[in-house]
Design a protein. Structure first.
Length: 692
């Protein structure tokens, strides 16, 4: 791959990036008509899980996604948006540009490609989540958590998002580090450390003396069903192949190593030791390994070849390319890069990973028959410690298998996921809630092989990635720009927070959005006993997650509910007044304020969606004993203003406009200054739309 010098990279900007960074083979492949046939048209799924980046850290400034332009970010308990993270040393820290910080510190701007990693432990990430208020990031991670890249910094990643489909509600699976999240990718769960009741929420399996996990992996299920699969890896796989840490694979590895000098405890220890050997010694040891492999049964040899075998450094993509050319590409493929290609802040760079992604794309697209039948999923195991402003859905306390030590296992913070395929072209955003088990759910739908390890709650709250695809689309995708060079890696550093801070802005504009399976609404008012009764409604085809934030003591902590149909939630205001915010899927947001003594204390504002008309109907219900003059205004999606007079014991309705499906409404009552309802959301009609 061509590279840029450090000085040449100083000029990388929006103008300098006018050329495409995608391989010419991909441009050629995308110019061909897409195959029809729905999910049955897919013959290969390739999963490339990279390391340790949050969604805001990468795509907060990208146009048309839920990033820095979020119209309704969570408000912190003490006031101010979640973007202004409290600093235990005083003040707050806003997201800040790595490039500008490099300039301020007198560094070479190309240094932004190399960062040091942050705390990404179970305890540290739980501390950042802070019981659902999402306001502990600086104390847990340090000010560097607030850094972000933009288009000029990670050009290929942005072009992938602009070309294919980016998921902006994809979360890592657990408040934790690499191995637990990768266990969710390969097995759908985390069980217990061997012989204990300690949930496997750490990287304990990296110890060569670890006995191994005992629950079943999805590769074993594929093997039993006769579905082809393989994990491609090199001598250095950065400990990212979680399958190696399970008992059946450890047993096969030990059996092979019986023929190898040196008393290696695991195949991982063996392969890493090769780097310190002479060429002759490597050849001798690899010959012994091959002899040990030959002694395996056919079933054992299959597990070794598919999950434990590692090829020489710099051969991952060449092996992939050779298997594509020989028509040996498995049905299911996992790619596990080396440390240098992993994108991990402590060992790699975004631009180093971009070179790998470029080569993987080229390997697939260079063979048109393979490209036309393949889905490539590019995701990240966890956020490393980098800030993300969207609090994740978490389970109710009743879901005991999804809790450990009084804390939910997850979902964790958002991480990037780009779905690359002929059926995801178009620069779409998909705001369906996903996590790493969603990859397994897609494989389940496609292969028919179930993964029973996935908990009922995760099946409820996360989708199967099919929302990212449009298998019915025909014709040709838009023409793309000519390719250009990808910059080369440089040195690593740790940024500081600037003294003068300004909230960053996202790129202007929207982007096409996939249809979503939710249709959420919230209403509420005080009952005769002075309780605040919320109605959480969802008429969509999938469960919608609602997070309830109490700002006036209505609850001891934020509450989480998963709703299909309607759910009533009763809260107890601590004083005369109440203020509750409910966040739902895809930027939907409701605020309810009022008081027990107000004229509109028991009034409600209800929503009825009219998808065929592209709008909605708002109804004000007045159970009180005096007439109400109600004012409705819209500021974000249009300039509508309406006044309703609602007699006592009656209701009044009005049609309310939506802009490309999006609506907002501010509802006040003349005779009750404490009463306020704010509503924001989207009318889903089953068709693609525009991001809000």
């Amino acid at each position: 791959m061509p590279s840029l010098s450090r000085r040449r990279m100083l000029g990388v900007s929006g103008a300098a990036l006018a050329g495409s960074l995608l391989p010419p083979s991909l441009h050629t492949a995308m110019a061909e008509p897409m195959r029809r046939g729905g999910l049955d048209a897919v013959e290969h799924i390739v999963v490339l899980m990279q390391e340790n980046r949050s969604f805001d850290h990468y795509f907060g400034s990208l146009r048309g996604v839920r990033g820095f332009g979020d119209a309704h970010p969570l408000e912190l308990p003490g006031g101010g948006p979640v973007f202004a993270q409290p600093n235990p040393a005083g003040g707050a820290v806003l997201p800040f540009s790595l490039r500008r910080e490099a300039e301020r510190e007198g560094r070479d701007p190309s240094d932004i490609q190399y960062l040091g990693d942050l705390d990404h432990s179970w305890n540290g990430t739980g501390k950042a989540w802070a019981g659902g208020w999402n306001n502990g990031w600086i104390g847990a991670k340090g000010p560097a958590t607030m850094t972000f890249y933009d288009r000029a910094d990670i050009a290929l990643q942005y072009e992938l998002a602009d070309t294919f489909t980016l998921c902006d509600a994809y979360h890592c699976s657990i408040f934790g580090s690499t191995n637990p999240n990768r266990n969710f990718l390969w097995t759908g769960t985390v069980g217990f450390e061997p012989g204990t009741r300690q949930r496997a929420v750490t990287n304990a399996a990296y110890s060569y003396d670890h006995p191994g996990y005992e629950w079943t992996t999805y590769p074993e299920r594929l093997e039993a069903a006769g579905v082809s699969w393989r994990i491609y890896q090199e001598w250095d796989n950065f400990t990212d192949n979680a399958v190696e840490y399970f008992v059946p694979f450890k047993k096969v590895g030990r059996k092979v190593l019986d023929s190898v000098d040196g008393k290696y405890r695991t195949t991982e220890e063996f392969y890493y030791a090769l780097f310190d050997k002479s060429a002759d010694e490597r050849e001798r040891l690899l010959g012994q390994l091959a002899a040990g492999r030959a002694k395996l049964s056919a079933a054992e040899r299959s597990l070794f070849d598919r999950a434990l075998y590692r090829s020489e450094p710099k051969t991952l993509v060449s092996r992939l390319r050779a298997d594509i050319a020989a028509r040996r590409l498995p049905r299911v493929t996992w790619l596990v890069p080396s440390a240098a290609d992993s994108e991990h802040p402590g060992a790699s760079t975004p631009v180093g990973s971009a070179n790998l992604i470029y080569d993987v794309l080229d390997a697939i697209a260079a063979d048109p028959a393979t490209w036309s039948r393949t889905v490539l999923l590019v995701n990240f195991d966890e956020n490393d410690g980098y800030f993300d402003h969207v609090p994740p859905p978490v389970p109710p306390v009743s879901s005991a298998e999804d809790y450990f030590g009084g804390q939910p296992l997850g979902l964790g913070p958002r991480v990037p996921m780009t779905v690359v395929s002929p059926w995801t072209v178009g620069g779409f955003v998909d705001s369906t809630v996903y996590d790493h088990t969603s990859v397994l759910k897609l494989l389940e739908r496609w292969t028919g092989i179930a993964e029973p390890n996935i908990s009922p709650w995760r099946r409820t709250v996360t989708g199967d990635l099919l929302g990212a695809f449009d298998f019915a689309r025909t014709g040709h995708p838009p023409r793309l720009r000519r390719p250009g060079p990808v910059p080369a890696p440089i040195d690593r550093w740790h940024p500081k927070a600037p003294a003068e801070q300004v909230m960053p802005e996202a790129e202007p504009g929207a982007r096409p959005a996939r249809a979503l399976p939710y249709q959420a609404a919230v209403s509420g008012g005080l009952d005769a006993a002075g309780k605040l009764v919320l109605s959480l409604r969802n008429s969509g085809r999938a469960s919608a997650h609602f997070a309830i934030y109490p700002y006036a003591g209505e609850l001891p902590a934020p509450a989480h509910r998963d709703v299909t149909g309607e759910l009533a939630e009763t809260l107890s205001p601590a004083a005369d007044g109440y203020r509750v915010v409910v966040q739902g899927p895809n930027r939907s947001w409701w605020e309810l304020r009022g008081s027990r003594s107000g004229a509109a204390a028991r009034a409600e504002v209800r929503t009825r969606f009219l998808p065929r008309r592209g709008g909605l109907e708002l109804t004000v219900v007045n159970p009180g004993d005096q007439a109400l003059t109600v004012r409705l205004t819209s500021a974000r999606y249009g300039r509508a203003t309406k006044v309703l007079r609602v007699p006592p014991g009656r209701s009044a309705s009005t049609a309310w406009p939506a802009w490309r499906g999006w609506y907002d409404a501010r509802v006040t009552v003349d005779s009750d200054p404490a009463f306020l309802r704010l509503l924001t959301g989207r009318v889903e009609d089953g068709r693609p739309g525009i991001s809000g």
